[in-house]
Design a protein around this ligand. Structure first.
Ligand code: UTP
Length: 229
């Protein structure tokens, strides 16, 4: 089973958290001699936002800000690789390179492929959705700091409603209400929502504050997040 996992940048803020995530990913990669083939996309987090804001203050346009964000996501990819036992040693920087390496990544013991951002104009949510579509993944997991998709930002609106399930069409409608700026804070970016809609890939948004949630959903199919149908 091929699984693409997008890990929000929030989880790269400290060594302990990176170790926890890496341990879970290694456990999955080693589970029953390669049952799960893992493709992990790393977000930029607070560091990306900090550098993007600095660049903006210095007069950078949004594309330049995006490139700065991409650079930080790639730093996080390297941090994760440092902590993993079963990682392919270099982060990937484009989709085609991952696809070309599939036979090597999936022969015998699993090697976890890790990549950060790719192109200005979207976030690593979209990267993970595009990668999932390109390599025909069976499941896309979006591991984030909220526990699912809400009809408004639950950090700003305490009465926001959580969806246990949502259609990809409705997700597209929700996400296109928000503005798309470098470093913007929406649960799933609109490009990702469109890709999820067209590819029909099974997608689950889940809270990563307990990284064991990743194991629960992949091995046991249990989760408290949002399933996009
Ligand atoms: P993230 O994927 O971390 O964006 O990429 P995010 O959703 O704002 O952050 P989290 O998930 O809440 O932590 C950081 C920034 O890098 C640029 C964008 O500016 C994005 O906001 N980026 C990333 C790109 O332009 N292209 C990419 O492929 C990836």
């Amino acid at each position: 089973m091929r699984v693409v996992i997008s890990i929000g940048g929030v989880y790269f803020a400290d060594v302990a958290r990176i170790k926890q995530i890496a341990a879970v990913l290694d456990e999955l990669a080693e589970y029953r001699a390669g049952t799960y083939r893992l493709y992990v996309v790393t977000g930029g987090g607070a560091m990306a936002r900090r550098y993007i804001n600095m660049a903006r203050e210095l007069g950078a346009n949004e594309v330049l800000c995006d490139y700065i964000g991409i650079a930080l996501t790639r730093v996080n990819a390297r941090l994760l690789i440092s902590a993993l036992q079963n990682a392919y040693p270099e982060p990937f920087s484009d989709y085609a390179a991952v696809r070309a390496k599939l036979p090597e990544l999936e022969s015998g013991m699993s090697k976890i492929a890790v990549m950060g951002g790719v192109t200005p104009g979207y976030t690593t949510d979209a990267v993970s959705a595009i990668l999932a579509e390109y390599i025909n993944a069976d499941l896309l997991l979006n591991v984030t700091s909220v526990d699912g998709v809400y009809d408004a930002d639950p950090r700003k609106y305490p009465d926001a409603k959580k969806y246990n399930r949502i259609t990809s069409r409705e997700l597209v409608r929700l996400t296109t209400r928000d503005e798309l700026k470098a470093g913007s804070r929406i649960v799933i970016d609109p490009v990702a929502a469109k890709i999820i809609e067209r590819s029909g890939i099974r997608t689950i948004v889940l809270d990563g504050s307990n990284p064991r949630n990743i194991i629960d959903v992949i091995i046991h199919g249990r989760h408290h997040g949002t399933e996009i149908i």
